[in-house]
Design a protein around this ligand. Structure first.
Ligand code: SF4
Length: 349
């Protein structure tokens, strides 16, 4: 099998091309074709000598991802892509056309083994980590879609299937790659990474000195509810997670976002909002309330609009910065993992 060069950084590609004894600028030309012009065939790289194009075609491969299915919401603002990787595994990526720009949500693992009870991605466990190139491939596939509309990606949220900090090196390499001028030239401040709360890895991330946004999936105001919703809480409890978030904010001077999925009858009561306020008081943080996208397989329900408003008001009254996530793509299978599960069931994977 020929070596796939898609996803390599410029220095990695230069290393790979050593045997061809090419001047250094050739690797630069190739990455620009792959990552900026979305050209995935050496023969179409017209500033390379014809003999070199043939030699590269004979020896190397460029595989990005293959589109298996696309679902667009009725309002046209959200598109969900089911993308096939080189070994036939499918992952999901989402494009959200927001008022402030185009945001994409990427997967970092095929499936997930964190076991969160509200999440479809974990229903069949984790198949494998994605490589830096496979994470980049999702972003660049969507960037090509946007480039055809003379637009591009403005923000990346690493919040799709998988626990990013359990695939730490690949995720960090990807973050550095999309900051490069030869890929998307995306500012670190436009990248957010989300974790279920792997405390030692949050501490590692704080040391990287990257001004990315850290998003922590909290989803509960105390250990009893959090352990019920997120088994990882039995390993790193809510107080350790919040302490790690505080440490990250202190080191990076970046506000941490706490994600809080509101589930009717589980974590959406006034007393929970009061308890959450006490937990986060004094932190450089904000809370993002996410009324649950009902997960068919799990039987979980969304709270009423009034209940969401009451919860938000209590946080506001306690001086906790809070936003309610705008609901996008509810008419397509927008909850993380739902489209992939449907595909697997239909194809008996
Ligand atoms: S919410 Fe995130 S960490 Fe939890 S199971 Fe789903 S993908 Fe994994």
């Amino acid at each position: 099998m020929k070596q796939n060069i898609f996803g390599m950084s410029l220095p990695q590609l230069q290393g790979c091309l050593k045997e061809f004894k090419l001047p250094a600028y050739r690797a630069k030309q190739i990455v620009e074709w792959m990552y900026q012009k979305h050209v995935l065939d050496f023969q179409q790289m017209t500033n390379l000598p014809i003999a070199l194009r043939t030699s590269l075609t004979d020896n190397l491969d460029i595989f990005r991802v293959k589109l298996l299915e696309q679902q667009d919401s009725r309002d046209g603002k959200t598109s969900k892509f089911l993308l096939e990787l080189v070994d036939g595994i499918a992952v999901e990526s989402v494009l959200m056309r927001q008022s402030y720009g185009n945001s994409v949500c990427l997967s970092t693992q095929a499936g997930c083994n964190m076991g969160c009870t509200f999440c479809a991605s974990t229903l069949h466990g984790m198949v494998r980590n994605l490589t830096q190139g496979e994470i980049l491939a999702q972003a660049l596939f969507i960037n090509e879609v946007l480039n055809k509309e003379e637009q591009s990606i403005n923000t990346i949220v690493i919040m799709g299937s998988g626990e990013p900090l359990a695939n730490y090196d690949n995720v960090l390499n990807f973050i550095r790659l999309c900051h490069e001028t030869y890929t998307m030239n995306l500012g670190y401040r436009h990248i957010a990474v989300s974790t279920a709360g792997i405390v030692p890895m949050i501490q590692e991330l704080a040391k990287e000195d990257l001004p990315i946004t850290l998003s922590i999936s909290l989803h509960a105001p105390n250990n009893v509810i959090r352990s019920k919703l997120m088994p990882i809480n039995d390993k790193f409890d809510i107080h350790a997670v919040v302490a790690a978030g505080k440490h990250y904010a202190n080191i990076t001077k970046r506000r941490v976002t706490y994600e809080y999925i509101l589930i009717a009858g589980e974590n959406d009561q006034a007393e929970h909002a009061e308890e959450l306020s006490r937990l986060l008081r004094g932190q450089m943080a904000n809370v993002n309330l996410i009324p649950i996208n009902p997960v068919v397989e799990r039987g979980l329900k969304r709270p009423s609009l009034n209940q969401i408003k009451v919860f938000e008001e209590i946080l506001n009254n306690n001086h906790i910065a809070v936003t309610v996530r705008r609901e996008m793509g509810n008419d397509i299978q927008a909850a993380c993992g739902q489209l992939r599960n449907k595909h697997a069931a239909e194809n008996q994977l």
